[in-house]
Unconditional design. Structure first.
Length: 315
């Protein structure tokens, strides 16, 4: 996990639901999206109620920008009715220097004080999903891989963490504890592939940033996050940074970028090189995370550049 300290004011807001979808504007959410914009969010139920066409429209109608995980910090820049315009400091973007911009229902955010929220240690979820528990052990909220929460106390089998709703607990075996200011131990290309393979078959979701559904660049972002590297949120931004790698010198964990017009147009996709001429990626709505061979496919024709972030102290 990369460091969880960002330039924040004395008070700021954090995501107070399982996963908050970040919309293009307050009018973007449809009636069929009520399960994603309420005070309680059920990602699994929401996604099972959407048809393929309704999921495609999240992209084609420019409805969704990204997502934030439970406890993830945001900076509110505007309030409009029941909505908050935010930037997300943990998700770098050329769209805004302070972080990825978009709109979240205001009731999905909780104001916290920096001196209370920022703790020396943070717990990052390393399993695909983990249940947050109350003191009695009752399961209260199903959380995604890479959800990060401040550590209050280490116990024998659980970790007491701070949440937007107050103290709660995560199983020790489901988390990695790391220093908030410096982040966790850095991984490498092979560990990113190993982490990515845990999600094989997971359905694609436009704008997805959780283990309930990733888009292509969200998947790349999350696997880098798991290994201590912070990279940009979008594929077009990811292709501008890191170390450029010649196509004949690829190693597992390198990012492959694909562009329209057989590699000469704008970038539209990213995946991981995983060795032996194969790619690990989250392909498109209606298909799950998969490993495919590049030779003889449109991906071979559209491959335009490769970048490496691992092996560096920062993304």
């Amino acid at each position: 996990m990369f460091k969880q300290s960002f330039p924040l004011s004395e008070t700021f807001h954090v995501t107070a639901v399982q996963v908050a979808t970040v919309w293009t504007n307050p009018e973007s959410a449809r009636e069929i999206d009520n399960l994603a914009i309420g005070e309680q969010v059920d990602m699994e139920k929401w996604l099972t109620t959407l048809s393929t066409e309704e999921k495609v429209a999240l992209c084609n109608d420019n409805r969704v920008q990204t997502q934030t995980l439970y406890g993830e910090a945001v900076i509110i820049t505007e309030i409009k009715d029941d909505w908050a315009k935010v930037t997300i400091p943990s998700q770098p973007s050329k769209k805004d220097k302070s972080g990825y911009p978009g709109w979240i229902p205001f009731h999905q955010l909780k104001e916290v004080r920096r001196e209370e929220w920022v703790r020396p240690e943070t717990a990052g979820i390393t399993e695909k999903h983990a249940w947050l528990e109350d003191e009695s052990g009752k399961k209260v909220r199903k959380l995604s891989y890479m959800t990060c929460l401040p550590v209050v106390q280490m116990q024998e089998t659980r970790v007491a963490v701070l949440t937007p709703q107050g103290p709660a607990f995560l199983p020790k075996e489901a988390v990695q504890i790391f220093h908030t200011e410096t982040g966790g131990e850095l991984g490498n290309g092979s560990t990113m592939i190993k982490d990515g393979e845990k999600h094989l078959g997971l359905d694609y979701l436009w704008g997805g940033m959780s283990a309930f559904g990733y888009d292509c660049s969200g998947f790349a972002y999350a696997m880098h996050k798991a290994n201590g590297f912070q990279i940009s949120r979008d594929a077009s931004d990811q292709a501008m940074h890191g170390k450029e790698i010649p196509i004949n010198q690829l190693e597992p964990g390198d990012l492959l970028f694909f562009a329209y017009e057989e590699g000469k147009g704008s970038i539209h996709h990213v995946g991981f090189y995983c060795g032996d001429g194969k790619m690990l990626h989250s392909p498109m709505t209606g298909r799950g995370i998969e490993i495919v061979r590049l030779a003889g496919t449109k991906y071979e024709r559209e491959l335009c550049i490769a970048r490496r972030y691992w092996g560096r102290e920062t993304g």
